[in-house]
Design a protein around this ligand. Structure first.
Ligand code: DGL
Length: 266
């Protein structure tokens, strides 16, 4: 079991920011990544559709013998994680990208925290509900920032266009006085420095990928699942392939990558 891969999925290739952090923190682990590019973006889909997609992808990752499954998508973590736990917890260990961040925030005792994410993540209220449960004294404001995903995918990063869009969103009155901002979307680590600059580097910008990778390491250690064999094989699948996905995948993973098509929907 220890040699088996870590299963990771996202709506597309944005979750590769999390896969990258995992490879940094757990270089001895193999990963199997699935990006549901046929249904991208999840941020605009209904919770019901995302649950249905997430179930099938979880089955696919189990068919490929994943020893744990990481939902590396905030929209899916917000909409489908509880369903996946109910249906699959007896067969595998499941991890999402929201709980580790909420646990980390609880250790920092912030007075006011902001969260940005897709329409689906923000409208679900998942961050608020989970943070209120754990640290009721922290006030939390959340803001949907749907233009950021296409902006990043089109390569508008650290230029006038991206600066204007990010500034327009983040100057929202509700965010006044926040001490930390959660990047509640797996695409956003790409623009972390630009966001930080808008706040004059004065607040903590929390990119979930590292926190999630550390949580994963703890879970593997607790369950005696660390791969010590020295054999590492990484596989990257998408449900719809285009050279464009391959190109942006390299940006998110910060390295060479070969995408294979796995047509799990027909
Ligand atoms: N990766 C998704 C997330 O973290 C954003 C992209 C999408 O809308 O599918 O929510």
């Amino acid at each position: 079991m220890k040699e088996k891969p870590i299963g990771i999925f996202d709506s597309g290739v944005g979750g590769l920011t999390v896969a990258h952090a995992i490879k940094q923190i757990l270089p001895g682990e193999s990963i199997i990544y699935f990006g549901d590019t046929a249904h991208l973006p999840y941020g605009d889909k209904s919770a019901e559709s995302i649950k249905q997609y997430s179930r099938r992808i979880t089955e696919f990752l189990l068919e490929h013998k994943s020893k744990v499954i990481l939902v590396a998508c905030n929209s899916a973590s917000a909409s489908a994680f509880e369903t996946l736990k109910k249906e699959f917890a007896s067969r595998t260990i499941l991890i999402d990208v929201i709980d580790p961040v909420v646990k980390y925030l609880n250790t920092r005792h912030f007075n006011k925290v902001g969260v940005i994410g897709t329409k689906r993540t923000i409208s679900s209220g998942t961050y608020e509900i989970k943070l209120k449960e754990l640290s009721p004294e922290t006030s939390i404001v959340s803001l949907a920032t749907p233009l950021l995903v296409p902006m990043i995918e089109e390569g508008f990063i650290f230029d006038d266009i991206s600066n204007a869009i990010i500034r327009a969103y983040l100057s929202d009155q509700s965010l006044t006085g926040i001490e930390a901002l959660v990047l509640g979307c797996t695409h956003y680590p790409i623009i972390k420095n630009q966001i930080s600059k808008i706040f004059n580097f004065n607040i903590e910008i929390l990119d979930s990928s590292k926190v999630v990778a550390i949580t994963l390491r703890e879970i593997l250690e607790e369950n005696n699942l660390i791969n010590t064999s020295g054999k590492v094989i990484d596989q990257f699948y998408v449900s719809d392939y285009t050279p464009y996905f391959e190109k942006i995948a390299k940006m998110f993973f910060e390295g060479e990558i070969n995408l294979e098509k796995a047509d799990i929907w027909s």
